[in-house]
Design a binder for this molecule. Structure first.
Ligand code: NAD
Length: 335
């Protein structure tokens, strides 16, 4: 199968090439993302292979369809960047990697918590400059704290179990509570109760119309003063302006984000010599109690290997007309 692979970095090419050794698909790599201006690159390809920040809007999918592209193969689990209705209407198959090392993302969420709390990033810099003072590095113990998990699917469940290992009390909200987590001692509450009771809140739900800006002025106002908020899910779950205001007021005590609502213009790029025009991310980065990582929560060797293997399997299944229904995204299933 001839595939235009967008948004590729050296590590993507390395893992995809390795996984392609057996299947021998014709993979053509593009560093650029897929967006209206670059859609033409997909001419003469059977499928496009894309990542989290490629834009598969109605316009792009209609162009892909007119170029006779038959499938959209995502190298990720989330598909909020794809207009599924249009893809299905035009007969383009959409496949994804529904699960790849959920521990990778859960562990990164924990890394954000520990760094914000125990300030190891500041200690590292201090000590390197010969400053051995521990003034203002005080943290708190996670044992006995209440940790709220919004979305207890694969990643949220892994995160909940890790936090229980610290001795934290885990409370959760999900539209489909997990009986296994209830057995493990997780207490499901209403969303508002989770906001009101938690010392730390971690977001692990997908971005949908219901969860878009689930963290906003009103919900931030329900939280405990000084709460820690962690987002490794999707940037648009948080209204960044409301978060900035809550940080200024001290209502939000810590913010750790691996995703950002306008990240497609920033993340995965070296902009160190360029003036950043996004004032919201610039403001966020000035707070001493904010930690931003650039969508690296998934970035482990296990996860990259699994993503590549499933992506190549999806391409082979497409070619053979034998699609794994677990990996296919259909319009009727997202309603
Ligand atoms: P999953 O499908 O296993 O779990 C998602 C859970 O969210 C499900 O239990 C679902 O019932 C729940 N949910 C849906 N709507 C909800 C709502 N309105 N309120 C509360 N819960 C709701 O997905 P997952 O594999 O655990 O991934 C979760 C998210 O993590 C993905 O959607 C993706 O956005 C994000 N993610 C981020 C990275 C990264 O590198 N930062 C990597 C992979 C996934």
């Amino acid at each position: 199968m001839k595939v235009a692979v967008f948004s590729t970095k050296s590590y993507d090419r390395e893992y995809l090439d390795e996984a392609n050794d057996a299947s021998k698909h014709d993979l053509v790599y593009f560093e650029t993302s897929l967006k209206p201006r670059t859609t033409k690159l997909a001419e003469n390809f059977d499928a496009v292979c894309v990542f989290v920040n490629d834009i598969l809007s109605k316009e792009v999918i209609e162009s892909l369809s007119s170029l006779k592209v038959k499938a959209i193969v995502l190298r990720c689990a989330g598909f909020n960047n794809v207009d599924i209705e249009t893809a299905c209407r035009l007969g383009l198959k959409v496949l994804r990697v529904p699960a790849y090392s959920p521990n990778a993302v859960a562990e990164h969420a924990v890394a954000l918590i520990l760094t914000l709390n125990r300030k190891t990033h500041k200690a590292y810099n201090r000590v390197r400059e010969g400053n051995f003072s521990i003034e203002r590095l005080m943290g708190f113990e996670l044992s006995g704290k209440t940790v709220g998990v919004i979305g207890t699917g694969r990643i949220g469940a892994s995160f909940a179990r890790i936090m229980q290992g610290f001795g934290s009390k885990v409370v959760a909200y999900d539209v489909y509570p997990s009986p296994a987590l209830v057995d493990a001692g997780v207490e499901y509450l209403t969303l508002e109760e989770v906001f009101r009771k938690s010392d730390i809140i971690s977001l692990h739900c997908p971005l949908t119309p219901e969860t878009n800006r689930i963290i906003n002025k009103t919900t931030l106002g329900m939280m405990k003063k000084g709460v820690m908020l962690i987002n490794t899910s999707r940037g648009k779950l948080i209204d960044s302006e409301a978060a900035i205001e809550a940080l200024k007021e001290g209502q939000l005590g810590y913010l750790g984000i691996d995703v950002y609502e306008q990240e497609e213009k920033l993340f995965f790029k070296d902009l160190s010599e360029i003036i950043i025009l996004d004032d919201k991310i610039s403001r966020l980065m000035t707070f001493p109690n904010v930690l931003v990582t650039a969508h690296q929560a998934y970035f482990t060797d296990n996860a990259l290997a699994q993503i590549s293997q499933t992506t190549l399997q999806n391409l082979t299944d497409l070619e053979k007309g034998n699609i794994n229904p677990q990996n296919q995204v259909c319009a009727d299933r997202i309603k």
